[in-house]
Design a protein around this ligand. Structure first.
Ligand SMILES: [Zn+2]
Length: 317
């Protein structure tokens, strides 16, 4: 299900994140389609999150970690596995014994007729969740092609469907004006999340950039940004709007990414060398100049996002 990252030179540096993903994932995806209880899938998701954190040594926010490394939530992956199974049973290998049995037992397509403990129920439920009409061939133009090509094309089609559902879910978690750590990741990664295929990692993880430190910053696994510090010195929880910039305590302003990297008189000078080289880079690449990006876009670019225009070019390529 998870596609391999092409083995080109610029991808070779992505050893950390790619290695982590490919060691961790197969174990969780192997029998995913046979797990029936949503609680069990949720438990599996918790262990996947932990394994990914351990493999990468990035102990940050899981939503951000999954989104940046391109690992969709298991419940969505499960839908695609079941939809692929239905495709195989009804479209590509419909003359086999399992396919004949499936057809016989599923004459009526109503979910209410099926027992929730059956695989058939979960197949129909997945199609329902993915808004797929089981009677329509999703790839009518490929009917004459070999099974393998049709199954691969269907898998790619499902990747796009899942990416859309997942993206909607992520963006819904972050209303624009809600100051919160999760919302803050979504706002920063907003343009990265527009990539068509969210099964691919964010662009910066496929580049020559120093990936793991950036991943740690983006998943809020560091203490450099005051708004990432949930606990005060006495181990009590600090609400987001009270996580002040520690160098500007007199004016009590939330020390979020934007403040720390761009505006704080104490910490922002540290970003100057990076800003200088980024200003030159956007100029060289004939992109919109650095000063024309919004402060949020500038923060996102400092944290590894590609400039919005460049992202669109990559996605088309
Ligand atoms: Zn400050």
């Amino acid at each position: 299900m998870i596609k391999n990252v092409p083995n080109s030179p610029q991808h070779k540096t992505w050893v950390g994140a790619r290695g982590g993903k490919s060691t961790v994932l197969p174990h969780f995806l192997q029998n995913l389609r046979y797990i029936q209880s949503t609680t069990d899938v949720a438990k599996l998701q918790t262990s996947l999150n932990l394994s990914l954190s351990r493999a990468l040594h990035v102990y940050g926010d899981h939503i951000a970690l999954l989104a940046d490394t391109g690992v969709p939530p298991l419940n969505l992956i499960q839908y695609t596995h079941l939809a692929q199974l239905q495709f195989r049973l009804t479209k590509t290998q419909s003359d086999t014994l399992p396919a004949t049995l499936f057809k016989t037992f599923n004459k009526s397509l109503a979910l209410s007729n099926l027992h929730p403990s059956t695989l058939d129920y979960h197949i129909w439920n997945s199609l329902h969740q993915l808004h797929i009409d089981p009677l329509v061939d999703p790839l009518p133009h490929m009917v004459t092609l070999p099974h393998k090509s049709r199954e691969r094309a269907y898998r790619n089609l499902l990747c796009t469907t899942i990416s859309t559902l997942w993206r909607m879910d992520l963006l819904n978690q972050a209303p624009l004006h809600l100051p919160h750590t999760k919302a803050s990741y979504i706002h920063i990664a907003h343009d990265d999340l527009q990539r068509r295929d969210l099964f691919k990692p964010a662009q910066y993880l496929c580049s020559h950039l120093d990936q793991l430190p950036l991943l740690r910053l983006r998943t809020q696994a560091t203490s450099y940004i005051p708004s990432y510090l949930h606990l005060a010195n006495d181990h009590t929880y600090t609400p987001y709007d009270q996580r002040y910039c520690t160098s500007c305590l007199l004016i009590q302003i939330v020390g979020n990414e934007l403040r720390t990297l761009l505006h704080c008189p104490h910490s922002s000078p540290l970003s100057h060398p990076a800003i200088l080289s980024l200003t030159r880079a956007v100029h060289r690449s004939d992109l919109c100049s650095w000063s024309l990006h919004t402060p949020l876009q500038q923060t996102a670019i400092l944290l590894g996002s590609s400039p919005p225009k460049l992202l669109r070019k990559h996605d088309k390529a």
